[in-house]
Design a protein around this ligand. Structure first.
Ligand SMILES: CC1=C(CCC(=O)O)c2cc3nc(cc4[nH]c(cc5[nH]c(cc1n2)c(C)c5CCC(=O)O)c(CCC(=O)O)c4C)C(CCC(=O)O)=C3C
Ligand SMILES: [Fe+2]
Length: 401
């Protein structure tokens, strides 16, 4: 049993929930279009209320249009859902998995209604973002908070959220294997050009976010003492862990760079952009790069377009050997590790915890089951905070420990 459990908040001094007998799991992701007619309505949902100009929407639409108007993300989530169901069944955990997206069908509000209609009451949300931050964490909490309000299910469904999982073996193991495989491929490409001793660099890449989001990532009391923003710090820790576990990569240079910047040019986002960084690497004598996309759990549009198309083209123009490491997808280590995290949170019908202790291998983890006051806080244009799940917000008045 956890210590210092606080009945006002439902979590202990480590931000850990006491185990509960959840009766449904809700896999929640970004969602994506499944045909040309979906593309613009989908992008309007994504950017609702943020005044993104139409030119920018059309620019992003091009990436989807070239792929038949279809995002790969829904197929990937269907595959993940099936793999999770199989793993739960293999462990005799009899909890159904539902799927609901933030920006496209099946919408999370419709899924909440189905969960309630099927008679479930205690729901564990599994979001597909691995790190702290507004887009990867708090926005899911808000969309569920608003979803419960909009569907009239506040007080009917209890929705808690699985913690962010950047620090778990589930997430990092597939990248360790991916780096190893891609490094061998780059070495083979260079060897074919008789460049066996040429310089190889490991380029870890993640989604850029606005500096203001980066600086607000994580709870205030951790931000106050951190030497850099917690979004970047978590990525750096993941990169170091992956690197340390690939013997063939020892001694190689590495960097952390960013992709998929959007928004107005005068608003500062995390830098450098991967394409600028590749240019600088080529100028510095690098002959080949392994790109490790640690920001994503599967081959989303950002991976297919910004990395496998644009960054790969940059490399071709610069004469750099290139290989992009695999994302977790439905790798067994990822799926079974996610179920391990579910088990961390589960109690049986007698209230007994299924697992003792939390699983974490990367510096900075384990992350909070329940987000602390001010975590990734972002106010609506009218200055108010949106309702959230799985957190205690500043207004609620629970003092930070
Ligand atoms: C940190 C982060 C993740 C990783 C965490 C996670 O996985 O949750 C992520 C995932 C994703 N982002 C995605 C797509 C988009 N993100 C956008 C816009 C933005 N993302 C941001 C951040 C992130 N985004 C930010 C700060 C913006 C600008 C402000 C805004 O508008 O919120 C836009 C709008 C157009 C544009 O401005 O480019 C689109 C279309 C898809 C689906 C891809 C597919 O279809 O395969 C996925 C998985
Ligand atoms: Fe995004």
């Amino acid at each position: 049993m956890t210590q210092d459990f606080d009945p006002r908040t439902g979590y202990d001094a480590n931000g850990q929930m006491v185990p509960k007998a959840y009766d449904a799991i809700l896999l929640s992701s970004f969602g994506g279009p499944e045909g040309q007619d979906d593309v613009i309505p989908f992008l309007r949902n994504v950017t609702a209320g943020r005044g993104i100009p139409d030119e920018r929407l059309e620019e992003v639409a091009v990436h989807y249009r070239k792929n038949g108007g279809v995002s790969p993300i829904n197929g990937q989530n269907r595959a993940l859902l099936a793999a999770l169901e199989a793993e739960l069944a293999a462990r005799d955990i009899n909890i159904p998995v539902y799927w609901g997206n933030r920006n496209w069908h099946p919408f999370v509000n419709d899924t909440l209604k189905n969960i309630a209609a099927d008679g479930h009451r205690k729901v564990l949300l599994m979001g597909t973002g691995a790190y702290t931050g507004y887009s990867a964490c708090r926005q899911y909490r808000e969309d569920l908070g608003m979803g419960l309000r909009e569907t009239g299910l506040e007080g009917v469904l209890e929705v808690d959220k699985l913690r962010q999982f950047f620090d778990t073996p589930a997430f990092v193991q597939p990248f360790i294997e991916g780096l190893s495989t891609s490094l061998a491929e780059v070495r083979a490409q260079l060897s074919a050009k008789n460049q066996n001793d040429a310089k190889i660099k490991i380029v870890f890449v993640t989604h850029s976010i606005p500096m203001s989001d980066a600086n607000a990532a994580g709870p205030a009391q951790l931000r106050a003492t951190a030497s850099e923003n917690l979004y970047t710090a978590q990525h750096r820790a993941v990169a170091e862990h992956i690197l340390a576990n690939v013997p063939e990569a020892q001694g190689l240079e590495h960097s952390l760079v960013y992709q998929s910047r959007s928004g107005a040019p005068h608003v500062p986002w995390l830098e450098p952009d991967i394409n600028d960084a590749l240019q600088a690497d080529a100028d510095a004598g690098v002959a080949g790069v392994v790109v490790v996309p640690i920001g994503f759990i599967s081959d989303h549009m950002e991976v297919l377009w910004d990395l496998d198309t644009e960054a790969k083209d940059s490399c071709a123009q610069l004469g750099l050997a290139f290989s992009r490491a695999a994302t977790p997808g439905t790798h067994h280590a990822f799926v079974s590790g996610l179920v391990d995290l579910v088990e961390e949170r589960l109690a049986d019908a007698n209230g007994e915890a299924l697992r003792d202790g939390r699983i974490s291998v990367v510096t900075g983890g384990p992350w909070f089951d329940v987000c602390r006051p001010n975590c990734c806080e972002k106010r609506a244009l009218d200055g108010t905070l949106r309702p959230t799940i799985a957190g205690v917000d500043s207004e609620v008045g629970v003092p930070a420990p």
